[in-house]
Ligand binder design. Structure first.
Ligand code: ADP
Ligand code: MG
Length: 348
């Protein structure tokens, strides 16, 4: 059913955490497009039904995603930057509908996991130097500065909504939607393709993806790569519309005072979360999967509680010390490629 392991690994080596595999018995080759957005490569692969040219919808999609990329950027000029400036000043900000929906949803998802996913910690993320394109080596922020931000007790609960306006009761709230906006954009992208008659598609943003329908002649096959970047742990065959999203502390990190520190922060301590190397979530909704995979990465050994809080039944975690942990539903559906020599357990 799946392609040979050797062929798969070749495909996986070129890509990111999750890889959409090529096809074996393609009826007609899928249509492809690629853009650099959200700090990563966004790849679209879709099947064009007979007589349907995807060129116009791909152009429309590129334009929409580009706009969201600018609007939701955490540290470059754009609508989120405008909103953050208003929040510091205690001012009301009239938010454009998609930003308003994004922020509202982020608030409620944060509440569901007790703030482990906390989109209000932009100040802390900036302090650790992750509000830059290049991950330069440097020094750990001062403990005082971290402490001050923790004492400011930033959570999205401080946001209040009135019609289309947002304001914050806490001037230290700075929104960074980096753990969530990509998933949200993937959902919007799939919906756009679907609404234009393209029901068989994969939209893949650097390994976070939403698949719908089927690939040419067979289901879409997704590979989950080992967080070390070497080898593939497991394969998933998607059915219908499904998001497969991974949060990892292996791709974006800085070397500070000679040691690696990853970009997912624990809002309880103000320091990078280190217990989980990668967390993969499968569910219908990429935005939910994105927020949940980040919260699971922060939760460490308590991650099954977070999965339950989000209503997620399919998740896989690779711990920092190399153990691979599954929920039962995830374990039952993956095709293990490279799990034999590893400490594998079904813990939820
Ligand atoms: P990836 O970008 O690898 O898919 P995530 O979805 O987990 O990973 O997003 C990580 C980004 O989210 C960070 O770069 C930062 O901008 C932001 N972030 C870091 N820690 C948190 C957190 N605890 N809650 C919310 N956002 C976070
Ligand atoms: Mg995430």
């Amino acid at each position: 059913m799946f392609m040979s392991r050797r062929r798969f690994l070749t495909a996986a080596a070129a890509g990111s955490a999750l890889v959409v595999l090529g096809t074996q018995q393609a009826t007609s080759p899928p249509r492809r497009a690629r853009w650099f957005l959200f700090g990563t490569l966004v790849d679209v692969e879709l099947i064009e039904p007979a007589g349907h040219d995807a060129t116009p919808v791909l152009a429309l999609l590129a334009e929409r995603l580009q706009r969201l990329h600018v609007d939701w950027h955490a540290w470059k000029p754009g609508r989120l930057g405008d909103l953050n400036r208003a929040l510091v000043g205690g001012l009301s900000y009239v938010a454009e509908p998609s930003l308003l929906a994004l922020v509202r949803d982020a608030q409620s998802l944060s509440q569901r996991c007790g703030g482990l996913f906390n989109p209000a910690i932009g100040g802390l993320i900036g302090l650790w130097g992750f509000h830059r394109d290049e991950m330069l080596a440097g020094s750990i922020p001062s403990r005082d500065a971290i402490e001050r931000l923790l004492e400011a007790d930033v959570t999205p609960d401080a946001l209040t909504f009135n019609g289309d306006t947002v304001r914050s009761q806490n001037p230290a709230v700075q929104l960074d939607l980096g753990a969530y906006a990509k998933g949200y954009a993937l959902d919007l992208a799939q919906t756009l393709l679907h609404d234009h008659g393209f029901a068989d598609a994969v939209v893949n943003a650097g390994g976070d993806l939403v698949a719908s329908g089927r690939g040419p002649g067979r289901p879409w096959h997704i590979g989950i790569r080992h967080p070390s970047g070497r080898g593939t742990l497991a394969l998933i065959e998607t059915a219908g519309r499904e998001a497969v999203v991974t949060s990892g502390n292996y791709e974006r990190y800085r070397v500070l005072d000679g040691r690696r520190y990853a970009h997912i922060l624990d809002p309880r301590t103000g320091w990078p979360a280190e217990a989980v190397a990668s967390a993969t979530v499968v569910c219908a909704d990429a935005a939910l999967a994105d927020a949940a995979s980040t919260a699971i990465s922060v939760a460490g050994e308590q991650w099954p509680d977070v999965a339950v809080a989000f209503g997620i039944d399919q998740a896989m975690v690779v711990t920092a010390d190399g153990r691979v942990q599954f929920t039962r539903a995830m374990y039952e559906r993956v095709d293990p490629v490279n799990l034999r020599a590893r400490a594998v357990s079904v813990i939820a």
